[in-house]
Design a protein around this ligand. Structure first.
Ligand code: DGT
Ligand code: CA
Ligand code: ZN
Length: 573
């Protein structure tokens, strides 16, 4: 058993005990151990062989005995007895958003529901609403939860996948005989979530590279290993595959493995139209002779195209644009001059304004807006009216100290309340240099209600940016049920900027809506929403998303010259 399999076994025990009604501290203990197993960084089998199971945090005698039994026999008597009482399929039901163990127990005991399919049938048949503590509303909520569950999958957020992949890439470059290496797949296209990690290496001899890849630390199992491709699963459940090709064929290999599948299908068709067949190995002429491409640019050039940035390769018109010579001049990180959404210790940030300013300056930013939360959002200790005055004095003093090296703005991230009003009056809003308005609460309101809240904020002339417009969280929370046509139309009319929040757990707007907004002439803002100086580096995710949305620098207010940005802000309210 791998660390992850063992962890999941303990999670299953906790789930089933929860449904059975076991006290919470018992199930919490199992969950804690599961998390510690995933974070262990060592193969649990080694720890077990050394007799050191009890040294893992949270592992007492009872849990150590269970681990021992599982690692020794692959089975667990305790779990088998538990499953005889509580059907294991019930654990699946816990994945439905807003559905807890008590309700699951109720559905099971009173209706015999043990699977997701039976739950859906019971909800559709109106059988849940009559149970105690239920109603038509909570029944509809369960149906909505089932639907969102269907959309979700085992994908990994880019924010977690990219650092892991870059580490592997660095190691790969050191592997024997490797002359070049690259990321491929959805990772290279910078999709917000990835199914698995794709890596490529150029080497004359693939065997030693494959060997190094499958024996890297953290590998739990080898899923496959052939002549040009190997794939592995890590102890944390993440999967990666490596493709190794000789350097003279690296261009076709990289092009193929980058995808997307849809982009490749269209490109292969274009090749066929030109009498060539395109594979991961080469372009092949009708007479069987090969055209080898060491670089991707050569592949595209043979087909009469300019190189196409990986972020565009989704078959959303990029090949037609390349043929017409009208590919966008995509935005780059170096063009971003301003951070316009950040937090400090005045609200829920972890660093002082000074620390944030120095970090922003060190990253080459020319403008930093501190946009701490407004007073009404109780949980984050937003700024009172007196706080605003004292914070202004602090920022002015710091501005004098820092001189021309960076321009500081006093802003606020104003909460759009459940009733659609803003947390500060217009008079107070007018005191700030910049206003970001965001939804954080009551995101599950009905469509009209939640849309109207956002429209109110969009139409308020003091509001400059709508922060993380839909409120989605990756991978766990769907955005609000917004009428996006209405939102985009209102934004176009009012001139407000819509944010691409670069936090990898948000990436909100997404690439599809960001592109629509851009095409409608709506200004975009790419902000990190940094709560810590380290978060400023997350701009890469926002820039990548913007590139996937075909965004050019002029569409993004953060790229403007500081004077132009300040003039725009000044003219808005
Ligand atoms: P993912 O992993 O689900 O986030 O998505 P990708 O795009 O990374 O897809 P993956 O990992 O299944 O395959 C990696 C690349 O390999 C993909 O982007 C393009 C290429 N590829 C895979 N299967 C096919 C195929 O059937 N036809 C073509 N043309 N290319 C394929
Ligand atoms: Ca992939
Ligand atoms: Zn924020």
């Amino acid at each position: 058993m791998t660390n992850h399999e063992l962890a999941n076994t303990f999670r299953l025990i906790a789930d089933l005990l929860d449904i059975q009604g076991e006290v919470i501290y018992v199930t919490l203990a199992y969950r804690k151990v599961a998390d510690n197993l995933d974070a262990l960084g060592r193969d649990i089998n080694d720890v077990w062989r050394e007799g050191k199971l009890r040294e893992i945090p949270g592992v007492g005698k009872a849990i150590a005995d269970k681990m021992d039994e599982l690692l020794r026999t692959g089975q667990l008597g305790f779990l088998e007895r538990l499953q005889a009482e509580v059907p294991a399929t019930l654990a699946e039901l816990l994945r439905v958003p807003d559905l807890g163990p008590k309700k699951i127990n109720l559905f099971w005991r009173s209706l015999g529901v043990t699977t997701l399919a039976q739950l859906e049938a019971a909800a559709r048949g109106g059988q849940l609403r009559s149970l105690s503590g239920m109603g038509a509303k909570s029944e509809a909520k369960i149906l909505a939860g089932l639907e969102s569950l269907g959309r979700r999958s085992g994908r990994t957020p880019l924010g977690a996948a990219l650092p892991a992949a870059l580490e592997m890439l660095a190691a790969l470059r050191q592997a024997p005989g490797v002359v070049d290496a690259a990321l491929g797949g959805s990772l290279r296209r910078m999709k917000s979530t990835v199914g698995d990690l794709d890596l490529l290496a150029a080497a004359a001899d693939s065997a030693p590279v494959m060997q190094a890849f499958v024996s890297q630390p953290g590998v739990a199992r080898i899923l496959g290993q052939g002549g040009t491709k190997a794939s592995v699963e890590f102890v944390n459940g993440l999967r990666a595959q490596l493709w190794v090709h000789p350097p003279e064929r690296f261009g076709t290999a990289l092009q193929y493995a980058t995808g997307s599948k849809e982009h490749n299908v269209r490109l292969r068709q274009l090749a066929l139209d030109r009498g060539l067949s395109l594979s991961d190995q080469a372009l092949v002429r009708a007479d069987g002779s090969e055209i080898l491409c060491a670089t991707e640019a050569e592949v595209y050039a043979v087909l009469g195209l300019p190189w196409i940035a990986p972020e565009l390769r989704e078959d959303r018109g990029e090949i037609q644009a390349a043929l017409a010579g009208s590919l966008p001049a995509l935005i780059e990180s170096s063009q971003r001059r301003a951070e316009l959404h950040s937090h400090s210790t005045w609200s829920d940030g972890r660093a002082t304004i000074r620390e944030m300013a120095l970090a922003a300056r060190a990253r080459g930013l020319q403008v930093l807006a501190i946009t701490d939360h407004s007073g009404g959002l109780g949980i984050t200790g937003g700024l009172s009216l007196e706080d605003i005055v004292r914070q202004r004095a602090e920022i002015e003093a710091l501005q004098i100290e820092l001189g021309d090296s960076i321009r500081l703005l006093q802003g606020a991230e104003v909460e759009i309340r459940a009733d659609g009003t803003l947390d500060y009056s217009d008079e107070v809003l007018a005191q700030f240099d910049i206003i970001v308005a965001s939804l954080h609460t009551s995101l599950r309101q009905p469509r009209t209600q939640v849309t109207n809240r956002l429209l109110n904020a969009i139409r308020n002339p003091h509001v400059d940016i709508i922060g993380h417009p839909t409120g989605r969280l990756i991978p766990d929370r769907e955005g609000a049920d917004l009428d996006m046509d209405a939102v985009l139309a209102a934004a176009a009319a009012s001139g407000v900027a819509l944010e691409i929040n670069a936090n990898p757990n948000r990436l909100d707007l997404d690439d599809v809506y960001a592109r629509r907004a851009m095409e409608m002439g709506i200004r975009l803002a790419i902000n990190t929403d940094a709560h810590d100086p380290g978060h400023l580096a997350q701009e890469v995710f926002g820039i990548a998303l913007a590139r996937r949305a075909w965004v050019e620098p002029q569409h993004v207010i953060n790229t403007w010259q500081p004077d132009a940005l300040l003039a725009w802000l000044g003219a808005r309210s």
